[in-house]
Design a binder for this molecule. Structure first.
Ligand code: ADP
Ligand code: MG
Length: 339
């Protein structure tokens, strides 16, 4: 069946089941002209949105609807995580041609509902409209954070230790496997693929770190370590010194680089879409924060550098040599088809 066989309202009826996951505070969910809900008391509201275009962000034939739905929500949840917040409600707007297969759209919502359920977030509304050819998905997510716990890019200070909440570079390796149609066996290759197609938003991690009130700045790694640390450096008017040997590279990425002849540090620096969080912590609190994190998540918080007053991003290589790192992550107007 195609989208045109059931129409706009048939489609909304079809997807609305299972969208209200956290009813507390919701007065009107999907089904009226607007959603109505109570804002959390004594907290700042957060709102983030992301646009996904067929042919630019995903290839419909190469992506399962479910993976696409999961990722569309995950990248937005990640932005809320990077502010130290809890995600609350999601709004999903879709443009699709009349001949879009319903199976694909059903699958898309299955993926979104699965991730929304896991993180206790509602799908509270959206819009559905026809497009001439491509599928366009726009997701907005609201969140909230106590005002004195918000994590900003601009709050890093010289002397802070820079940590990552997860491995870096896996997602870029996964993209390489997809673009080069590498068979996804054995498991370590499919793990890299999964890091790219269904990244985990670090919502619990971001909230935990923010609630501890020791973290200065935070950002999520969407464009690549060098680019995203560049945002902290610019917004905070500081510099950063990264230690190549401490950049968290997964065993999977090490095997990948050994097999395909890449440098894992390069992958971590310029590969994007890892969606782990970079956080800066004053040195006096760094050990305690890392220990608390390890106890809570049974995974380390990886220290990979320091914030400096140099205005530059520098990298100490394994051989001790120092070099400046250009902030060369993904930029749609420079790296993509639109340059
Ligand atoms: P209106 O025409 O008044 O804007 P719609 O008919 O577009 O209302 O939407 C009806 C209800 O369905 C609203 O609650 C809206 O938020 C929701 N909705 C529409 N499209 C989607 C979608 N793709 N995903 C989730 N909710 C949607
Ligand atoms: Mg409408």
């Amino acid at each position: 069946m195609k989208l045109r066989d059931i129409g706009e309202f048939g489609f909304i009826d079809r997807i609305r089941n299972g969208c209200l996951i956290r009813p507390r505070g919701v007065v009107q969910a999907i089904g009226d002209d607007a959603a109505a809900f109570r804002p959390p008391v004594d907290r700042l509201m957060l709102l983030t949105t992301d646009l996904l275009l067929e042919g630019v962000h995903f290839v419909a034939e190469a992506t399962s609807g479910s993976n696409l739905g999961t990722k569309a929500l995950a990248v937005n949840f990640s932005d809320i995580a990077a502010m130290g917040g809890d995600a609350l409600d999601t709004f999903v707007s879709i443009a699709a041609p009349g001949d879009a297969p319903l199976d694909f759209l059903d699958d898309l919502y299955r993926g979104m509902k699965a991730l929304a359920t896991e993180f206790d977030v509602n799908i509270l509304g959206g819009d559905t409209t026809g497009s001439l050819r491509d599928v366009v998905i726009s997701v907005a997510v609201t969140g909230s954070v106590p005002e004195d716990e918000i994590l900003l890019r601009s709050a890093a200070r010289p002397g802070d230790i820079l940590f990552s909440t997860g491995f870096l570079g896996d997602s870029r390796a996964g993209l390489h496997l997809i673009l080069n149609r590498v068979p996804l066996e054995p498991t370590w290759l499919s793990n890299l693929f999964n890091a790219h197609v269904t990244p985990r938003p670090h919502l619990h991690e971001g909230r935990f770190l923010a609630a501890g009130k020791k973290v200065h700045a935070a950002i999520d790694v969407s464009d690549g370590l060098s680019s995203d640390i560049g945002h902290i450096v610019r917004e905070s008017h500081v510099g950063a010194l990264l230690h190549a040997s401490r950049i968290p590279v997964s065993p999977n990425l090490q095997m990948f680089c050994a097999r395909f002849g890449f440098d894992p540090v390069e992958f971590a620096l310029i590969g994007g879409e890892d969606y782990s969080l970079l956080v800066t912590v004053p040195e006096v609190h760094a050990d305690a924060v890392a220990e608390g994190y390890l106890n809570r998540f049974q995974r380390p918080l990886y220290p990979l550098g320091e914030i400096t007053d140099s205005d530059k991003i520098e990298l100490i290589a394994d051989n001790g040599r120092l070099r400046e790192v250009p902030p060369t992550g993904w930029d749609h107007f420079r790296s993509g088809k639109n340059k």
